[in-house]
Design a protein around this ligand. Structure first.
Ligand SMILES: [Fe+2]
Ligand SMILES: [Fe+2]
Length: 316
């Protein structure tokens, strides 16, 4: 397989599983093109042109050795050491989940989709956008100073193709859980927790010491309307959103991880906070994408915290 095809197919899967409509995604690309067109020649040369066709600024090819891909090492957080292991094991490609390189610097752009997701759950779009604006600028400043090219440079020096897939995978786990939850009729938070605990990645997370956990609310609470507002869209959103979600009729939020500041605000708003667990949730998203390539004969080596589960034969 060609690296370009793996990249393009991952984006396609990300779009298919995006909570936003195709129209909204296209609108985002149209706005980016408008900004690009307004730039002068000098700034056009500096612009990341992938943004014109790929709606996920946190997903990029970082190095392409040109070799055809048969064996891939996949991790949630790849280190330079993992790249050496990949070389030792004869992998032609390394895929990381979390954004690195220019994809880390693009994390703020992808966060804009959170506003559309919140609107889908009943929060007025103007409120969602207003609250996110401050948080997005915080994230942009937070990643600005980071040395985001350490592993990218190592992959180039080793001659190993290097790709990271972030939001397309997070979209996939969000859509997957939403579809499964939609079919159920949970009364209590405990029933939602029991359901999560049947998913193999979460079972493995439990064995590894980070099972799905309740951060706010109780198992005996009525679950109410469940929202999956925090599993995709770059990183954690605004702490002020929980009160708005509660006003919009949401009883329970399923998330991957949560800061203490956001947890306190969720508790105050009487939202049940189900933390499905971070790395296992990221793994589900990656697994759903990788199954597509596994069917085409790609050999997958799990690394860097990644919990590999295949759903090609059996569905959970
Ligand atoms: Fe993720
Ligand atoms: Fe993550």
């Amino acid at each position: 397989m060609k690296l370009k095809d793996i990249y393009k197919t991952s984006i396609k899967i990300g779009i298919k599983n995006d909570f936003r409509s195709r129209k909204l995604i296209n609108e985002h690309l149209k706005q980016t093109k408008k900004k690009y067109d307004k730039l002068d020649k000098k700034n056009k040369a500096l612009f990341d042109k992938e943004r014109l066709t790929n709606p996920y600024s946190d997903t990029r090819i970082h190095f392409d050795s040109g070799k055809s891909v048969k064996k891939v090492l996949v991790g949630i957080d790849i280190t330079v050491g993992d790249l050496l292991i990949a070389k030792e094991l004869g992998a032609d490609l390394v895929i990381n989940h979390h954004p690195i390189g220019c994809a880390l610097q693009g994390l703020d752009d992808v966060m804009q989709m959170q506003a559309d997701i919140l609107a889908m759950y009943g929060v007025p779009i103007n409120i969602a956008q207003g609250l996110l604006k401050k948080r997005i600028s915080e994230v942009a400043r937070g990643v600005h100073a980071s040395n985001s090219y350490v592993t990218v440079d190592a992959a180039r020096n080793l001659g190993i193709s290097f790709l990271n897939i972030h939001t397309p995978a997070d979209n996939s786990v969000s859509f997957y859980l939403q579809q499964l939850i939609k079919k159920k009729d949970f009364n209590y938070v405990s029933e939602l927790m029991d359901f999560l605990n049947q998913i193999p990645e979460y079972q493995e997370a439990a064995r590894r010491g980070s099972a799905p956990t309740l951060y706010a609310g109780t198992l005996e609470n009525r679950v109410g309307k469940i929202a999956i507002t925090e599993m995709t869209g770059g990183t954690e959103g605004s702490a002020e959103i929980y009160e708005k979600l509660a006003n919009a009729g949401i009883g329970t939020v399923v998330s991957m991880h949560q800061s203490e500041k956001n947890r306190e605000k969720a508790e105050k708003a009487h939202i049940n906070m189900v933390i499905a667990s971070h790395i296992a949730s990221d793994s589900i998203g990656m697994n759903l994408i990788l199954d597509e390539f596994k069917q085409k004969g790609l050999e997958i080596i799990p690394a860097g915290g990644f919990i590999r589960v295949s759903r090609t034969k059996k569905n959970v």
